[in-house]
Write a protein that binds this ligand. Structure first.
Ligand code: NAD
Ligand code: MG
Length: 308
């Protein structure tokens, strides 16, 4: 059994006291390519999205969350964690990701929480309002929004090879849809609600191959801080999470140049890529009422990469 599989069955003692360097092995992913969007179903090696390791302690009891990009990777780990913390959740994803979404639904089925699958393309201008309406109807309200969906396509041949079409598509999904979805959600969110945006280490440490993507993440950090100020008087908190290198389907669906995959994540302080479940506690913290005085913050979860 690999140490990765061991980690899927962590005992309580191991979780209370453990070495973060060895909690998961440093993966060396084999060459692989998936069409966009990638699927966890066919990703190698498999990830830990918390299905065997995340333990909830009732921190989101009775909460109602809409999570985008929730079929796979970080969003799947957040969905599993939120459900185990007591929240009902609505999952958005692209129709092509139905199998991954059903895996998440099954993974949380034993929590007894409500899990609603809401496929839809956020690139579509009308999707946001419809999605929020569906989530509110399914859950009977909404008090957590996780804007996590994102697209990342690496371009190796410089700015001249980066087309307007790609720049517009990346900004549309990563940034514009966040404005639309948050605007639609606010109609339903009472005081005490929490909005959490997925940004990235790329916001401050852009890879030369990811000019459009990295720019969207800087925009998301800025949007988070401005909106946080705007909404604080209404009792709605806005924060973001900035992950470092996490092993997810985004990386093999042209998110990284292929030659970078075998060493993915090894330049962190821990010397390994993150597993999706390792980001989930940050979202749980920001969603829960315990973080009532945390507003406009970007919480870095990156295995030890310096940030501003
Ligand atoms: P992922 O591929 O598992 O998740 C991205 C999700 O975005 C997809 O599952 C898909 O459902 C959704 N998506 C993309 N285009 C969409 C569209 N048009 N409409 C609706 N949904 C759409 O990869 P991930 O790494 O878990 O990414 C989740 C978030 O984390 C993204 O915002 C990504 O930028 C961010 N992030 C990831 C890393 C990393 O290393 N994996 C690092 C920093 C930030
Ligand atoms: Mg996916």
């Amino acid at each position: 059994m690999s140490s990765n599989q061991d980690a899927h069955n962590e005992t309580t003692d191991q979780l209370v006291f453990q070495n973060p360097v060895t909690r998961y092995e440093a993966i060396e992913p084999p060459k692989q390519d998936q069409p966009e969007p990638g699927l966890d179903k066919t990703l190698e090696p498999k990830t830990d999205r918390g299905e065997h390791s995340y333990r909830g302690t009732g921190r989101l009891e009775g909460r109602k969350a809409l999570i985008t990009g929730a079929d796979s990777g970080l969003g799947a780990a957040v969905a599993i964690a939120f459900a185990r913390e007591g929240a009902d959740i609505a999952l958005n994803y692209l129709p092509a990701e139905q199998e991954d979404a059903e895996w998440v639904r099954d993974a949380v089925a034993d929590t007894g929480r409500k899990v609603e699958l809401l496929p839809g393309d956020l690139a579509d201008r009308d999707a946001a309002a419809e999605l929020v309406d569906q989530a509110v109807t399914a859950l009977g309200g909404l008090n957590i929004l996780v804007n996590n969906a994102g697209r990342q396509i690496a371009v190796e041949d410089g700015l001249e090879a980066l087309t307007d079409e790609q720049v517009e598509d990346t900004f549309n999904v990563n940034v514009l849809s966040m404005f639309r979805l948050t605007r639609a959600a606010l109609k339903h969110m009472p005081a005490g609600s929490s909005i959490i945006n997925s940004t990235s280490i790329q916001a401050y440490k852009p890879s030369p191959t990811l000019l459009d993507y990295a720019s969207t993440k800087a925009a998301i950090n800025n949007f988070t801080k401005g909106l946080a100020e705007q909404l604080a008087p209404r009792g709605i908190r806005v924060n973001s999470v900035a992950p470092g290198p996490f092993w997810t389907p985004l990386q093999v669906s042209d998110g990284q140049p292929k030659e970078k995959l075998p060493n993915f994540g090894q330049d962190t302080g821990l010397g390994r890529a993150g597993q999706p479940t390792e980001v989930a506690p940050a979202y749980v913290f920001l969603a829960s009422a315990e973080s009532s005085y945390v507003i406009g913050e970007t919480l870095n979860v990156n295995g030890g990469m310096p940030t501003p």
